[in-house]
Design a protein around this ligand. Structure first.
Ligand code: PLP
Length: 366
């Protein structure tokens, strides 16, 4: 069966390709392939974009979350509360510091439910790791209040929510430190692997600078045990180009989502805009009890749809085997109802309409 509507389209259109090739050419000419000037430039641009003092470029979102947690001192014996519904990197990053992930439950917005947090706090709890799932920022005012009351740190995983806001503030500007992926599938992506850690704290920024390269203070002096997590100059150069293109791409993504909201709200639960937050629509995730049948119907229509991400993190073998502390009935209910429809900025109006027609036909409301 041929796919008429791909979930993602990572091909680069001609005009952008020429611009990216010019950026690559500039790097090839100066030859500073490791921590070249483009790395410092994109770090400055991202820090300004997020409204933070520092941004430290790293080689992936997975490393960004891990290094963010390490930089604030999370380690063996500590507990970090997070959502059960994320890409496994979020839990792995906690585990790789030596700490224990403690999984809360989610609300109907698919994000960590602030109401579940206080019951999970123990003397070992050091931090909360909210993940802004699907591109919708978590209720950061409530999460921040609870963290302050209990003396906990907030470390954000913004990998799905670059350019999303909550009460006028961008994701990545709430926690003591925030981590973001810029792999090529994200809304703001490099041409491969990339990530960033952001903070307002000078000492944390300094420590992150060491942690991203083997804990080295200088060419000779090692101060911490770490590995190589540096951002490539070439990816930084591509990210500079792509940051300029982001507003138009986000506008297109949000326009497609608004169209879906309008066209599908009578049939399925759609991710309606929230007056408190500007959704980034990394995924356009609907909810319906008929999920499996709808998924089969749309796949047969040549539309690529996905469930992100099942199994839930605590149900993945390494965590299930550890008997992870968890009680997440809402996540177990919602993971059977969610379906991600194609929403990328290269989707044509015709493809968008194919998606809408397929859903409407499935429900007999064409
Ligand atoms: C993509 C993603 C990551 C991992 O990022 P990589 O750059 O692929 O390593 C971490 N957390 C979340 C929520 C993600 O969506």
């Amino acid at each position: 069966m041929t796919v008429t509507v791909p979930f993602l389209d990572l091909r680069v259109p001609d005009e952008e390709r020429a611009a990216l090739l010019a950026r690559l050419d500039a790097v090839l000419r100066h030859g500073r392939l490791v921590l070249g000037p483009e790395v410092a430039e994109i770090e400055g641009l991202i820090a300004r974009f997020l409204g933070r003092k520092h941004a430290i470029g790293v080689n992936s979102g997975s490393d960004a979350v891990w290094l963010a947690l390490r930089a604030v001192g999370i380690g063996p014996g500590d507990e970090v509360i997070t959502t059960p519904l994320s890409f496994i990197a979020s839990a792995n990053a906690i585990r790789l510091t030596g700490a224990t992930p403690v999984f809360g439950d989610i609300g109907d917005d698919l994000n960590l439910d602030p109401a579940c947090l206080e019951a999970l706090i123990t003397p070992r709890t050091k931090a909360i790791l909210p993940v802004h799932w699907t591109g919708r920022v978590c209720r950061m005012d409530q999460i921040g209040d609870i963290a302050r009351r209990h003396g906990l740190m907030v470390v954000e995983d913004c990998s799905q929510a670059f350019d999303a806001t909550y009460r006028g503030r961008r994701s990545g500007s709430f926690g003591i430190v925030a981590a973001c992926s810029m792999n090529s599938m994200k809304v703001y992506g490099s041409l491969g692997e990339a990530g960033v850690v952001s903070t307002d704290d000078d000492a944390l920024a300094d420590r992150l600078g060491l942690l991203r390269y083997n804990g080295m203070r200088s060419r000779e002096i090692c101060e911490e045990i770490a590995t190589n997590s540096r951002l490539d100059t070439i990816q930084a150069a591509f990210l500079i180009e792509r940051l300029e293109r982001l507003p138009a791409q986000m506008a297109r993504r949000r326009a497609i989502a608004a169209h879906y909201n309008e066209a599908l709200a009578d049939l399925v639960e759609v991710p309606l805009p929230d007056p408190d937050s500007l959704h980034g629509y990394y995924t356009y995730t609907i909810q319906t009890d008929a999920r499996d049948a709808l998924m089969a119907h749309m796949t047969a229509d040549g539309i690529e749809v996905r469930v992100q991400h099942s199994p839930l993190m605590p149900e993945q073998a390494p965590y299930a085997a550890e008997g992870a502390v968890a009680h997440f009935p809402n996540a177990q209910r919602l993971i059977k109802r969610v379906l991600c429809l194609p929403v990328h900025d290269k989707l044509s109006d015709a493809q968008r309409d194919i998606v809408v027609d397929s859903v409407r036909q499935f429900f007999g409301k064409a």
